[in-house]
Ligand binder design. Structure first.
Ligand code: ATP
Length: 455
C-alpha cells in the first residue's frame, strides 16, 4: 500500500525494469510471459514480441517461474543454469487479494563480460580443486576418507572408532560383509588414517582378473616373460604399493596357486616377478575384503588356512543395511543431495512415505543398491521431491501389504528371494541385467540364486 505513495513510482519502476544491469521476467498465474526486460531479451537472444504470451519454460532454460506461481513461495538467490552459465536467480510471487496473480524473476547479471569473468574465475577454481583431488587420488589411490562414511547407527559409529584405533599400526585387516556394504570405503579410510597415507593405496579385485593373469598383476613380470609381455616388463601391485597399502578385494575368489605365492610374500617381504630369478623387497600393509565365508572355503580346501591366519589379524564386519536401518534415512538423503548436485537437478527431498518404504525393504544390494536407486530416481523424476510413484516397479513388490511371519532372518530371506525372482522376470531371465537392477554384483547374485535355489 505504501508503494502507492511513492512519487514518480512509474519512473522508478521503469528505471529498474530497463536498467541494463538487470534481467527481469514477469509471468502470469499460469506461467505465461507478460514481460521480459531488454537485457534479458538480448541475453536469451530473443525479442519481447517473440516471448510475450509464451509459456516461460519455452523461453528460459531451467526456469522455475511457473512453479513459483503455483507454490506462492519466493526463491531467493537460487543457482540457475542458463545458456552454459550458472546465474543467480530470485523469483518472487505477486499476491493480490490473497491470490498469486503472477511472479517476477530477477537474474543477477551485471554485464556479460563481468559475469563471464566471474563465472570463469569460479570455474577455474573448481577445476583447480578437482585437479588437486584427482592428483591426490591418482597419487595415493584413495577416493574416500572416514568422513565419507555416512551413518548414525551404533554399528557404524563403533566401526569408525575401531578403524581409528587400528589404522596407525601395520596389522593386516580382514573386512567382511555382504556386497555393497561399504568395505572398500573402510579400506580407504584405514589407509588414509595410517602413517602410510602419503604412500600409495593400490587395490586389486581378485575376482575380476583371470587366474593366468593374476600372478603377473600381483608380482609384475620381466621383459619377455611371456608372449605379449611389455617391453621393459611391468611392476606388479605389490611393487606399486611399496611403502603403502595393498587392498585385496574379494580375496575369497583368489585361486589357490596365487594364495601360496601371496603367503610367501607376506612371510618373506619380497616378491619375485614372473620370468625373473631375482626377488625384490616390498613393504606393504595388507587389507583384504571378502563377502564369502572363508571358514567354509577352508573346509572345502578352497582357501588356505595359513593365509587366513596371516590376513585375519584384525577383523571388521560391516553389517548389511537391513541390520542397521537407522542409517537408511540419512544415507538416502546424503545420496539424494550428492546425485542432484552432480547432475545439476533440483531434487530436494524424499517423501516420508518413500522413507517408510525404504525402511521396510530388505536391501539385498545394500548401500550400493540404495545409491543406484536414488541415482535412477533423480534422473527420472521431474519433481522436486521423490514420491512413491518415482520408485521403480521392482520396488513396489515390497509394499508391506503382505503379512510376513517367522524370524527376521526368515522374513528377510523371503523378501530377498522374491526380489530375485521379480528381477529375473523383469529381465526375461537375463541374470546380469537382473543383478544390475538389484544393484548387486554378478557373483553375489549367483550366490543368492544358489542359496534360494532359483533356477
Ligand atoms: N557408509 C557409507 N556412506 C556413504 N556411502 C557409502 C557407505 N557405504 C557404502 N557407500 C557407497 O556404496 C557403494 C558401495 O560401497 P563399496 O564399494 O565400498 O562396497 P563393498 O562392500 O566393497 O562392495 P563389493 O563387495 O561388491 O566390492 C559405494 O559407492 C560407496 O561409496
Amino acid at each position: 500500500m505504501l508503494a502507492l505513495d511513492i512519487p514518480y513510482r512509474d519512473k522508478i519502476i521503469e528505471a529498474i525494469v530497463e536498467n541494463p544491469n538487470y534481467c527481469i521476467v514477469a509471468v502470469d498465474a499460469e506461467g505465461y510471459v507478460t514481460f521480459l526486460s531488454k537485457t534479458y531479451c538480448e541475453f536469451l537472444e530473443t525479442t519481447l514480441e517473440e516471448s510475450l504470451g509464451k509459456h516461460v519454460t519455452e523461453v528460459i532454460e531451467n526456469t522455475r517461474m511457473h512453479i513459483v506461481v503455483k507454490t506462492g513461495k519466493e526463491e531467493i538467490a537460487d543457482l540457475q543454469y542458463i545458456r552454459g552459465n550458472y546465474m543467480i536467480a530470485s523469483r518472487i510471487p505477486v499476491w493480490v487479494e490473497g491470490k498469486v496473480i503472477g511472479a517476477v524473476g530477477f537474474v543477477l547479471y551485471r554485464d556479460t563480460k563481468e559475469w563471464q569473468e566471474m563465472n570463469s574465475h569460479i570455474r577455474a577454481l573448481l577445476q583447480q580443486l578437482e585437479h588437486f583431488r584427482k592428483q591426490l587420488r591418482v597419487k595415493h589411490g584413495i577416493t574416500y576418507t572416514i568422513h565419507d562414511i555416512v551413518g548414525n547407527s551404533r554399528e557404524i559409529q563403533l566401526l569408525k572408532e575401531k578403524i581409528k584405533k587400528i589404522a596407525p599400526s601395520d596389522v593386516s585387516v580382514l573386512i567382511r560383509g555382504e556386497s555393497g556394504t561399504g568395505k572398500e570405503l573402510f579400506a580407504h579410510s584405514i589407509h588414509h588414517l595410517s602413517d602410510r597415507s602419503n604412500k600409495p593405496f593400490v587395490s586389486i579385485n581378485c575376482a575380476s582378473i583371470p587366474e593366468h593373469l593374476l600372478e603377473s598383476e600381483l608380482f609384475g613380470y620381466e621383459e619377455g616373460a611371456f608372449t605379449g609381455a611389455k617391453k621393459g616388463g611391468k611392476p606388479g601391485k605389490f611393487q606399486l604399493a611399496h611403502g603403502g597399502t595393498l587392498f585385496l578385494d574379494e580375496i575369497g575368489d583368489m585361486p589357490l596357486s596365487a594364495q601360496v605365492k601371496i603367503l610367501r610374500v607376506l612371510q618373506e617381504g619380497e616378491v619375485q616377478p614372473v620370468g625373473s630369478t631375482e626377488t625384490q623387497k616390498v613393504d606393504v600393509r595388507i587389507i583384504a575384503a571378502t563377502n564369502q565365508p572363508l571358514e567354509k572355503l577352508i573346509e572345502e580346501n578352497k582357501f588356505r588356512k595359513d593365509l587366513f591366519y596371516r590376513i585375519n589379524v584384525v577383523q571388521l564386519t560391516v553389517p548389511p543395511l537391513r541390520e542397521r536401518r537407522k542409517d537408511i534415512r540419512i544415507l538416502a538423503k546424503y545420496f539424494l543431495h550428492k546425485v542432484s548436485v552432480r547432475v545439476g537437478k533440483r531434487v530436494v527431498d524424499l517423501d516420508e512415505e518413500v522413507i517408510e518404504k525404504f525402511l521396510q525393504y530388505s536391501w539385498p544390494g545394500n548401500i550400493r543398491e540404495l545409491e543406484n536407486l536414488i541415482e535412477a530416481t533423480v534422473h527420472l523424476t521431474n519433481k522436486e521431491r521423490i514420491g512413491l510413484k518415482d520408485l521403480p516397479d521392482y520396488f513396489s513388490f515390497d509394499d508391506g501389504e503382505e503379512e510376513y511371519s517367522g524370524t527376521l532372518k526368515e522374513v528377510v530371506e523371503k523378501a530377498e528371494k522374491q526380489a530375485i525372482l521379480q528381477a529375473l522376470r523383469k529381465t526375461n531371465g537375463d541374470k546380469l541385467e537382473a543383478a544390475k537392477l538389484l544393484g548387486i554384483g554378478k557373483s553375489s547374485f549367483y550366490e543368492k540364486m544358489k542359496k534360494y535355489e532359483v533356477e
